[in-house]
Design a protein around this ligand. Structure first.
Ligand code: COA
Length: 389
């Protein structure tokens, strides 16, 4: 039972990309200071921190990252807890922050995600990311994350006639949005032809079907709605927070063409918010691979199974069309520093609902959603947001 309403009063993010000259702490500070300034709040007022990183030990040899973030941001001696839920670490931290404020245990909670992935080789990064799957039955046997999503893509193509060009249109759209985002890793538009000609990573997924290896951080400040206007004139209310899980192993799933955890989390979120898919104006979905955005659009209820790929290729989800999807550029264009992604998605929706998204602003955006997935779908987190005024 929800005891009190929760609002986001401040968000900040670092530039995403290959940040060779910045360390983990620099990224935390860049995003954290921006979020505190946005919330007009002092570091001494923060009561609790949930910090998310997926594999900082393997990427940069640093564990204990929540206490490190609290220290770096000047939140001395508060409880600081690290959240690890693979690529859904950020969304899970946001949900824990939401629960802490909704329950009345804390008033002012910061959620912050960070990952610095580019200090290791792509092979080492791939092995670290592989920890999100079933080590014994999947990764040890030689499959990588592009390989797991390639299996889902092949099955979707077989069952629904989805084409490689339709998948490519997801990347084209997301790069186009990213070109309008000052924080994005890739600020360049690409064409279907560019995607089709890019090197094969795991058939049918090519380089430009994949999200990149990235560095970056994102932070949000949560308070009870009743106190929100003290910090920000345009607080954004979290109207639903839902999460679900599934088997880590693809082999034990009922279907390769849906992410069941997404479906369950979405159904619960719509119920909490008393809303339906048709009420959403802008959504950030977990497009770690182009096929993942197609699955998300179906599993979140925006399209019937097998219908999303054509709709995306027809332009129904470009900026200011029927539904604006991944206006930040998504994981594909904006970048995917895994521990930060879920909180970056929330930051983008906050900017959209406030009307602060500049060149990529969705007109009259009133209801937003974020969808963050861990691994190949063993965790899914869905949040729905509304302007509080
Ligand atoms: N999209 C666009 N460009 C990319 C890219 C991507 N996903 N990945 C790399 N590039 C670019 C690099 O910027 C570089 O460009 P440059 O030559 O102009 O500097 C070039 O391609 C080669 O980069 P490199 O790092 O050598 O590529 P790689 O082959 O080692 O790695 C992937 C490419 C796709 C294998 C890697 O990005 C990857 O593993 N992505 C998936 C990450 C993942 O699994 N995340 C978790 C999801 S659940």
């Amino acid at each position: 039972m929800i005891m009190r309403d929760v609002a986001i009063v401040g968000v900040g993010m670092s530039k995403f990309g290959e940040r060779w000259s910045s360390g983990l702490k620099d990224l935390m500070a860049e995003a954290g200071i921006a979020a505190l300034e946005d919330a007009n709040i002092s570091s001494h007022e923060i009561e609790m921190l949930y910090g998310s990183t997926m594999a900082s030990g393997r990427f940069v040899g640093q564990e204990h990252t929540a206490a490190l973030m609290a220290d770096q941001l000047g939140f001395h001696n508060i409880p600081a807890v690290r959240l690890e839920n693979a690529c859904a670490s950020g969304g899970s931290a946001l949900r824990q922050g939401y629960i802490a404020v909704a329950s009345g245990i804390h008033d002012i909670v910061v959620v912050g995600g960070v990952e610095k992935m580019t200090d290791v080789t792509s092979g080492e990064a791939s092995t670290a990311l592989g920890g999100a799957g079933d080590q014994e039955w999947e990764l040890f046997q030689g499959i990588t994350f592009p390989g797991l999503y390639a299996l889902m893509a092949k099955r979707h193509m077989y069952e629904y006639g989805t084409t490689e060009e339709q998948m490519a249109s997801v990347s084209v759209k997301n790069h186009d949005n990213a070109s309008k985002n000052q924080y994005a890793q890739f600020r360049r538009a690409i064409t279907i032809d560019d995607v089709m000609r890019s090197k094969m990573v795991s058939d049918p997924l090519k380089l430009l079907d994949c999200s990149p290896i990235s560095d970056g951080a994102a932070v949000a400040v949560l308070v009870p709605l009743e106190k929100a206007k003290k910090y920000n004139d345009t607080p954004i209310k979290i109207v639903a927070s839902a999460q679900a899980s599934d088997t880590l192993r693809l082999a034990e799933r009922d279907s390769l063409t849906e992410i069941k955890a997404t479906k369950i989390a979405a159904q619960n979120a719509y119920k909490q918010a008393k809303l339906e898919a048709k009420d959403i104006d802008v959504v950030e979905v977990h497009d770690c691979f182009s096929i993942a955005e197609i699955l998300a659009m179906e599993d979140l209820g925006f399209y019937k199974k097998g219908k999303a790929a054509k709709a995306i290729a027809d332009g129904e989800t470009t900026l200011n069309s029927k539904l604006s999807v991944n206006t930040s550029g998504g994981l594909k264009g904006c970048g995917h520093p895994v521990g930060a992604t879920g909180i970056k998605q929330a930051a983008e929706i906050v900017w959209q609902l406030r009307g602060d998204a500049k060149e990529r602003q969705v007109k009259n955006a009133e209801v937003g959603m974020t969808h963050n997935v861990g691994g190949s779908g063993a965790t899914a987190v869905v949040h729905i947001y509304k302007r509080a005024d």
